[in-house]
Design a protein around this ligand. Structure first.
Ligand code: PMP
Length: 293
C-alpha cells in the first residue's frame, strides 16, 4: 500500500503530497510542528501534543485553519489510512503560500500536513547501554528572540548543534543557554540523578516544554522519587550518578558518557533511569487516544 499523506484536507499518495515553493514554511521556516508517537493502536499524550501545536501557532500569530478536534480526527484518519498500529506522526502547519517578501500577512491560508510513519531514532544498543553525549558550542536561542518554547519549523540552530555532536562522534549534544546553563539537547530534554533525586533545567532556561519530560514528572511522583527544576551547570552533569534524555522520538534513553567522562561509576544505566524507562513503557502500552474505535 502506498503511504498516504494528509495535505490540506486530502489524503494523497506520498509522491503526490507536495507544497508550493512559495510556502513560507519552506522560504522562512515560518510554521510550527509536532512529533507524536502512537503505540498499540493508541496515540500517546494526544491532547497535550495538540494543545502545544496550537500554543506554538498562537505564539507566532499563525491561524490554524481547523479546530483542535478536527486536527485530532485528521491525524487519526491519516494513521488509519496507512493501516499503522505503532509509529510516529508529524503534524506540520506552515504559514502557507505567499510572496517572496517576509510579510506573513500576504499568506492567506496556513497549510496543514500530516505524515504517519515509523521512526527509529537511536540504535537499540543505546537504550541498553546508554548513548554518548557532548556539549555543543551552538547555544540555545534566547527567549529575547523567539521563545524556545515555540516548536517552530526553524530548527537550524538545533541542526547545527546536532552536526557538532555527530562530528565529535557523539549521538546527541547538550545545548547551553546564553548564560552558560544547560538548556536541553538538540532534540531531547535532559535529566540528572544525584543521591536519589532528579534535576532538570526549567523551561525558562531554554528547554522545550517536552511532553515526555512531563511524563517523567508524573512517573517520578508515582514512584516517590524527588524531582526539581533548576538552573544546571555542566558540572552537575559531570558529577551526576545517572543522566538520561527524554523525547517523543527518543522516548527515555540513558546517557553513558558526557564530554569524555563516564556517567556515574561505570557509565552503565542506573536504577532510577531504568525504573523511569520501565514505567514509561508501561504507560505507552496502556494509555492513549484510541485510533481504531
Ligand atoms: N527539545 C527539543 C528541542 C525537541 O525538538 C524535542 C522534541 N523532539 C524535545 C525537547 C522533547 O520534547 P517531547 O518530549 O515533547 O517530544
Amino acid at each position: 500500500m502506498a503511504s498516504k499523506v494528509y495535505v490540506d484536507g486530502k489524503l494523497l499518495d506520498k509522491d503526490d503530497a507536495k507544497v508550493s515553493v512559495f510556502d513560507h514554511g519552506l522560504l522562512y521556516g515560518d510554521g510550527v510542528f509536532e512529533g507524536i508517537r502512537f503505540y498499540n493502536d493508541r496515540v500517546f499524550r494526544c491532547e497535550e501534543h495538540i494543545r502545544r501545536l496550537y500554543d506554538s501557532a498562537n505564539a507566532i500569530a499563525l491561524t490554524i485553519p481547523m479546530e483542535p478536534e478536527e486536527m485530532t480526527e485528521a491525524m487519526l484518519e491519516t494513521i488509519r489510512a496507512n493501516d499503522l498500529h505503532d509509529g510516529y506522526i508529524r503534524l506540520v502547519v506552515t504559514r502557507g503560500e505567499g510572496g517572496l517578501g517576509l510579510n506573513p500577512k500576504l499568506c492567506p491560508k496556513a497549510s496543514v500536513i500530516i505524515i504517519a510513519a515509523t521512526i527509529t531514532l537511536y540504535p537499540e544498543d543505546d537504550y541498553t547501554n546508554g548513548l554518548k553525549l557532548v556539549t555543543c558550542s551552538t547555544r540555545r536561542p534566547t527567549p529575547a528572540s523567539l521563545s524556545p518554547e515555540v516548536k517552530s519549523l526553524n530548527y537550524l540552530n538545533n541542526v547545527m548543534a546536532k552536526l557538532e555532536a555527530l562530528n565529535a562522534g557523539a549521538v546527541e549534544g547538550i545545548m547551553l543557554n546564553e548564560q552558560g546553563f544547560v538548556a536541553e539537547c538538540t532534540g531531547d530534554n535532559v535529566f540528572a540523578v544525584r543521591d536519589g533525586a532528579i534535576k532538570t533545567p526549567p523551561v525558562s532556561a531554554g528547554a522545550l516544554n517536552g511532553i515526555t519530560r512531563s511524563v517523567i514528572f508524573d512517573v517520578t511522583k508515582e514512584l516517590d522519587i524527588p524531582l526539581e527544576e533548576g538552573n544546571m551547570t555542566r558540572y552537575e552533569l559531570y558529577t551526576a550518578d545517572e543522566v538520561f534524555l527524554t523525547g517523543t522520538a527518543a522516548e527515555v534513553i540513558p546517557v553513558s558518557e558526557y564530554d569524555g567522562r563516564k556517567v556515574g561509576k561505570d557509565g552503565k544505566p542506573g536504577p532510577i533511569t531504568l525504573r523511569c524507562i520501565e514505567k514509561f513503557r508501561e504507560l505507552t502500552k496502556n494509555s492513549g487516544t484510541p485510533i481504531y474505535n
